[in-house]
Design a protein around this ligand. Structure first.
Ligand code: SF4
Length: 366
């Protein structure tokens, strides 16, 4: 009888170890960086029962030793409004009457002052946005180059979002020490024409290619709540995850409807949709920084905690996100303390190579 009992105990032990081995193998497989996701595979993940989905994403996220670190990025609009593009969600498009406070490019000194305040508030990255269709080789671009160099000297990761870029312009930004370039896909290729008609999805992908070639870190994600279908969300994630290299950063934005834009009457996105998007992104792009972006003002601390659990590890902080409101640095710091999160330091993945740039005269670049 005693022998029988010890046989059963050994059997339970062996089965237990086998299960743990298989589960850890499964999590390891899940955390593999893949570039061949199918829409069906991503849809299956996206539609997993919510708590199972969060558990799976959290398990993958916890394979990363820095899982409790959250990067704080600050976003500044260096040139606001008057944009010729027609992005249906954007208050900066000249054709919509949104009352946005239009201003020309900011002086470098003001940008540096904002960067210093952001750094003091815990931000390790500064993202400078200009409402342009594309970069032009003119004096304004020279000013951006100077800003990139100046913010770099503050030991912050510098990011720009300036619209479409040529290969040469991307290289010029890289040479000045630009760390990252943001260029969102927004939605799926099929849905793109409903949201933007003044450029194509291919234009978007081409700029991402130019950024990648210049060895600048890629930041590209999307917005939910535009009236897209679930299939559109899945398709956009598939495009991002099947790029030759995953973007180092994927912002997931919830639409902030702005009066005067065509999407002003869109209903608020459900927090559970945000959690699903973040968790799915974390699972299919396990090494990527997933950024909880626009729409945070509408979220409680509990809702944001769910997003961090689902694998978000970056936020935009500061009073404004380009032109829409955002929680303050102090509120964010209180939330970090409550949730046991720490701000991620700059350049954890290495620094950009800064080259001596030959100053060009205006006649050479126009
Ligand atoms: S999202 Fe950018 S490109 Fe589109 S209208 Fe706004 S500023 Fe212009």
């Amino acid at each position: 009888m005693a022998g029988h009992k010890s046989f059963i105990a050994s059997l339970i032990l062996v089965v237990g170890f086998y299960c743990i081995f298989e589960i850890s193998k499964l999590i390891k497989t899940m955390a593999e960086v893949r570039h061949d996701w199918t829409k069906e595979q991503i849809a299956e993940i996206y539609h997993t029962p919510l708590l199972d989905l969060v558990y799976r994403a959290a398990s993958i996220h916890r394979e990363n030793k820095d899982y409790a670190e959250v990067q704080i990025s600050s976003l500044i609009s260096i040139k606001t409004g008057g944009c010729p593009e027609d992005c249906a969600y954007c208050p900066q498009a000249a054709r919509y009457n949104t009352g946005v406070d239009v201003h020309a490019i900011m002086p470098k000194e003001e940008v540096v002052a904002v960067a210093e305040r952001a750094k003091a508030g815990g931000a390790s990255r500064l993202c400078m946005g200009a409402a342009w269709r594309e970069v032009r080789d003119n004096r304004d671009f020279d000013k951006v180059i100077d800003m990139v160099k100046a913010v770099n000297e503050l030991e912050m990761e510098v990011c720009c979002t300036l619209g479409m870029l040529t290969e040469a312009q991307a290289q010029r930004l890289a040479d000045a020490g630009l760390y990252a370039y943001n260029h969102n896909l927004d939605t799926s290729e099929d849905d793109y024409k409903r949201i933007i008609t003044t450029r194509t999805y291919d234009d978007r992908l081409q700029t991402l290619e130019h950024v990648r070639k210049a060895k600048i870190s890629v930041c590209s994600g999307g917005i939910i709540g535009l009236g897209e279908t679930t299939e559109d969300r899945i398709s956009m994630l598939r495009t991002l995850s099947n790029l030759p290299q995953h973007p180092e950063s994927v912002p997931i934005n919830a639409l902030v409807p702005v009066k005067g834009t065509p999407l002003a009457e869109q209903p608020r996105v459900s927090i559970w949709d945000m959690v699903r998007m973040i968790a799915t992104t974390r699972i299919i792009m396990p090494k990527t920084v997933v950024r909880l972006s626009a729409g945070r003002t509408e979220m409680s601390t509990v809702e944001q905690a769910f997003c961090f659990m689902a694998g978000a590890n970056s936020i935009f902080a500061g009073e404004k996100l380009l032109t829409t409101p955002n929680p303050s640095f102090d509120e964010d710091m209180a939330m970090f303390e409550l949730l046991g999160l720490t701000p991620r330091k700059a350049f954890k993945n290495g620094r950009p190579e800064i080259k001596e740039i030959k100053e060009m005269s205006i006649n050479e670049v126009i």
